[in-house]
Ligand binder design. Structure first.
Ligand SMILES: [Zn+2]
Length: 681
């Protein structure tokens, strides 16, 4: 019996640590917060009864999370604690009772929305943002100041009557729409989409390159002032003051004079939260009086004067019927679970992503199992656990296939990536069809008369095998083509056939697409990591496809914002003889492989032949804006300083290393004003 308890404590400790790691470091949790809290409570109870078995670094004593390596680790001036969670009205009323007992008086609370993001502590000195630290393990966190400075809603300079020095804590997050847009963009560029806005905010803020962070649409709400304790009497006053200094504070915060009012606030927002532009997963309730907060104090892990109420995420049980392994456009294999249809948040769900092998192993999910399915902030519902008690006899571990389900190639897996992929990019049908769909898409060749169904039709009739085949299609080849199409959603078959009018439109669309610019054609080629922006940069730097095809990795790295991953991918693409044949065919068809943008859109030729390295922050331009102005005046942007650089355009907060290098090489450093004079001369 005693042995069993010890081993139960050991198991719970190890598992909770693993989940902590997945949540904070990998940002890939495999269980819900509620499940986590349940396990934590179980461990707490056992440790209380058998303290001799408790681990010194038990998750019940240490706040989850460790620290990633790339950033300087710094100590928090005060530990960054997380809040205890509650899920029911009763638990909330228990909290109120505890607080009243400790304070010995009637309590006024402040209710605020709980943001589903990434905690951050900002330090301001004399009104200037000087430091941003992540939560880390609660005691010390990573210094991510440079990355945080790229978030537009976080002021670098405060206004009004601010104190000399203070810290303010808050949450970095991503709006739903921005998140969806970013994922669409990632899929288009052949990158894996993020699972949810919270994880993508967490992943973004820890990126190495601040310029990459700046491209991600992050936002931030602030909610906890730490500074001169005599400045305010209440928490609510500190929120209003922070607002007056230019800091972004969410407007939903309300004073509640009783726990009944708090409950009303919670119920109201549980209903209204779907109308918000961002995810909220609950409400935070804090004692308003700072004096009382002080008296009520802390446990080892949480403040006693505050609590989080978590909204219910709807979670249901259903049966796992089978698992399909789907091949995506980039060759990544996604396991998709087929479920017995079940209603979640009003929609019928019959499929859920299982992401990758790691997740399957972690969940130990098997065909025939009864599984828990949740739809939280995520777009795709996910399987969060298995009801082991309902597992039928004779189930087997779910095995990931070794070969591609479409073309039978041996699947590969990079060590640093979770996904398996099919390497047969030139001959694996879903990968080719995906490339064809991308080629005709709006931002590429913009042939809107060709949809996914037409591509299936052309593919199955072996009329189009790569995108150069579009340009040899004749009206007679396609008019009247037909095939049976199986509709996955309603399970019915329908007959598609191309009528005369559609066939005419298709041919006309193909002919018209020959006018597309070089940068659109380049984007259409679907080179991995070469998205819309990168295509534009490559097209204007190399001017034509022959220069680009000849470029070495080093040549490519000279282009503004082109990193190693993109450079290597481009070089690899042009090394493939099959691709060179396609280019030759497309050239013959008359597609545009030369850039003539400089002469068309130019404002002036004042900067013709001059190369610029842009660094720092500017007053009159955004970074992209100033780069665009350089290009429009005939100049070139390059990524890093070399002896060939003509000017370094230095804004505020330019990196000291860059400055030194420019001085060392004797390159002219100009200010924003010098630049404006240059183009207005
Ligand atoms: Zn394949």
């Amino acid at each position: 019996m005693i042995d069993e308890i010890k081993s139960k404590i050991d198991t719970l400790t190890t598992e909770l640590k693993e989940h902590n790691y997945r949540y904070y470091i990998l940002a890939e949790p495999v269980i819900s917060d509620r499940e986590f809290d349940k396990m934590l409570k179980e461990l707490e109870v056992l440790e209380k009864q058998y303290p001799e078995f408790a681990h010194p670094d038990s998750p019940t004593r240490v706040v989850g999370g460790a620290v990633t390596n790339n950033f300087v680790n710094k100590k928090h001036i005060r530990p960054m604690l997380s809040l205890a969670n509650t899920y029911t009205e009763q638990e909330l009323r228990d909290f109120d009772e505890r607080v009243k007992k400790l304070a010995g008086t009637k309590i006024q609370y402040v209710c605020e929305l709980k943001f589903d993001g990434f905690a951050i502590g900002l330090t301001y000195k004399k009104g200037k943002l000087v430091q941003a630290l992540t939560r880390g393990d609660g005691i010390s966190g990573d210094d991510v100041t440079e990355n945080v400075k790229t978030i537009r809603t976080i002021p670098h300079q405060l206004i009004g009557n601010f104190p000399d020095e203070f810290e303010i804590r808050g949450e970095i997050f991503m709006h739903r729409k921005a998140f969806e847009r970013m994922n669409e963009e990632r899929i288009k560029n052949g990158e894996d989409p993020f699972a949810n806005p919270r994880n993508s905010a967490a992943g973004t803020i820890k990126m190495k390159e601040s310029s990459e962070v700046a491209k991600r649409p992050l936002d931030c709400f602030l909610y906890h002032f730490i500074g001169d304790e005599n400045l305010f009497e209440t928490h609510y006053q500190s929120l209003n003051a922070a607002k007056s200094w230019g800091l972004k504070v969410n407007d939903a915060a309300r004073i509640c004079n009783s726990i009944d009012e708090v409950w009303k606030f919670i119920k109201q927002w549980d209903k209204d939260r779907k109308n918000l532009s961002f995810e909220t997963d609950g409400v935070v309730i804090k004692v308003n009086s700072l004096q009382l907060q002080h008296e009520i104090g802390y446990t080892a892990k949480n403040p006693r004067w505050a609590i989080a109420f978590k909204f219910e995420t709807e979670r249901v049980e259903t049966k796992l019927i089978s698992v399909d392994f789907q091949v995506g456009r980039t060759g990544a294999i996604t396991p998709v679970a087929n479920l017995e249809p079940v209603l979640i948040l009003g929609t019928s769900v019959k499929r859920a992503s299982l992401h990758n092998q790691d997740i399957i192993d972690q969940l130990d999910v098997r065909v025939g199992d009864t599984v828990f399915v949740e739809k939280g902030g995520e777009i795709i519902p996910k399987i969060v656990g298995v009801n082991i008690s309902k597992r039928p006899l004779g189930t087997e571990n779910l095995k990931f296939p070794e070969n591609c389900p479409e073309c039978n190639s041996l699947l590969l897996k990079n060590e640093d990536e979770a996904a398996h992929y099919c390497p047969n990019e030139d001959n694996c049908p879903p990968q080719i069809k995906g490339k064809l769909i991308h080629f005709v898409s709006r931002k590429a060749m913009n042939i809107d008369s060709i949809g996914d169904e037409t591509i299936d039709l052309l593919w199955e009739n072996e009329l189009v095998k790569d995108f150069s085949d579009f340009y040899s299609l004749q009206f007679e080849d396609i008019c009247g083509l037909s095939k049976k199409n199986f509709n996955e959603i309603n399970g019915k078959e329908k007959n598609i056939s191309l009528r005369e009018k559609s066939a005419q439109n298709i041919i006309a669309g193909i002919v018209k697409s020959k006018n597309s610019t070089f940068r659109n054609v380049l984007f259409g080629l679907g080179i991995r990591y070469v998205g819309e922006t990168v295509s534009k940069k490559l097209a204007s730097y190399f001017n034509n496809i022959d220069n680009l095809a000849k470029a070495s990795t080093d040549d490519l790295l000279k282009v503004d914002e082109i990193g190693e991953r993109i450079a290597e991918s481009v070089v690899k693409w042009f090394k493939n003889p099959q691709n060179l044949i396609i280019i030759e065919k497309l050239k013959k068809a008359g597609l545009n492989f030369e850039s003539n943008e400089n002469s068309q859109n130019a404002l002036s030729g004042k900067l013709m032949g001059k190369s610029f390295v842009v660094s720092g922050v500017f007053t009159n331009f955004s970074r992209d804006g100033i780069k665009e102005t350089i290009e429009k005046n005939g100049g070139k942007n390059i990524g890093s300083i070399s002896s060939k650089t003509d000017f370094v355009l230095a804004g505020q907060n330019m990196g000291p290393a860059k400055l030194e290098k420019a001085k060392e090489l004797g390159i002219k450093i100009i200010s924003e004003n010098d630049f404006i004079e240059m183009i207005n001369e």
